[in-house]
Design a protein around this ligand. Structure first.
Ligand code: FAD
Length: 276
């Protein structure tokens, strides 16, 4: 849609070129959300495209994903063999309700900064223990665990004008066994629940619950949990009123899915932990 309050579009070659941040400015990434509804408070778009950040950089430390990396680029990334959790990249891209047009335009950072419960890039980076690098306007970069980035439905830790620069998925997390479950009320619909479980070589166990709750919830165990201890941990982490209700499912439905999928993930990772 035409954003008829927008008077100018800047295409800086560096973040420093933006100068003083003021009300009315908005970062423009893929624009798939920005151009999908009126933005009456926005008069200036600052396009991230010309910043020229490399989309994906794989090193021994892990995978650095630029905020401007397109969902389609992430989908096509070919990971080193030892990163056995890498299929989660594709699984989470596929969990984003989107046509090919959205996939080729929407960015990973835009999805994370939207901070919607059904933001599948959030599920991915939280499930794989990502670290976000943030650039405050005029300040020193800071790092925030992806698990703490989203604070609620459409809410996050970004200060006005603060830029999400990249997300690092540590190699240690990419080398873990994983299990994933997702439900959506409609084929190609937004997720009602998206749960990711990982298990490290020493048995360390992590469950990430997303979409069913307004923000990601994580549950850790030092070793494989029993069904009862996992249930008790979910009871303790999320009150029955703590689930997210919307047109993609009631809170009660999403709560039911969360327990059901958590148990399936527990059983799958327990089998994987036994080895061949
Ligand atoms: C048909 C359709 C289906 C969709 N399905 C889903 C879905 O299933 N799940 C979901 O979560 N969303 C969905 N969306 C919403 C949206 O398109 C996605 O969240 C998308 O990933 C946003 O990315 P973008 O690059 O287009 O962001 P933009 O629209 O460019 O920006 C989104 C917001 O993030 C800010 N922003 C972008 N990049 C940065 C950055 N690096 N640092 C700081 N702020 C930044 C922008 O200022 C803006 O406020 C859908 C949209 C459409 C039109």
């Amino acid at each position: 849609m035409n954003l008829n309050t927008v008077r100018s579009v800047h295409r800086p070659a560096s973040a420093a070129e933006v100068g003083h941040w003021r009300d009315g400015y908005a970062w423009l990434a893929g624009g798939t959300w920005l151009f999908s509804e009126p933005q009456p408070s926005v008069d200036t778009l600052i396009d991230l495209e010309r910043l020229g950040w490399p989309a994906l950089e794989a090193t021994e430390a892990g995978l650095d994903i630029a905020a401007t990396c397109r969902v389609a680029e992430l989908y096509h990334f070919v990971a080193p063999e030892e990163w056995i959790a890498a299929p989660l990249l594709r699984a989470c891209c596929e969990a984003l309700l989107a046509s090919f047009k959205i996939w080729n335009t929407a960015t990973v950072g835009g999805n994370i900064c939207m901070s919607l419960p059904a933001g599948a890039m959030i599920s991915l980076v939280v499930g794989l223990e990502g670290i976000c690098t943030l650039w405050p306007p005029g300040g020193e970069p800071r790092e925030v665990p992806a698990a703490s980035f989203v604070t609620g439905n459409h809410a996050n830790v970004l200060a006005p004008g603060e830029l999400l620069r990249k997300i690092r998925l540590p190699a240690s997390a990419l080398k873990k066994q994983f299990a994933v479950r997702r439900a959506s009320l409609t084929h190609l619909g937004r997720s009602a629940a998206l749960l990711i479980g990982t298990r490290g070589a020493a048995g360390e166990w992590l469950l990430t619950i997303t979409a069913a709750t307004p923000r990601p919830v994580q549950i850790r165990f030092a070793e494989d949990p029993s069904a009862a201890s996992l249930r008790a941990a979910i009871d303790a982490a999320i009150a029955p009123s703590g689930y997210f209700s919307d047109v993609h499912g009631t809170a009660a439905y999403k709560r039911h899915l969360s327990y059901h999928f958590a148990e399936e993930i527990r059983a799958e990772l327990a089998r994987a932990g036994v080895g061949p």
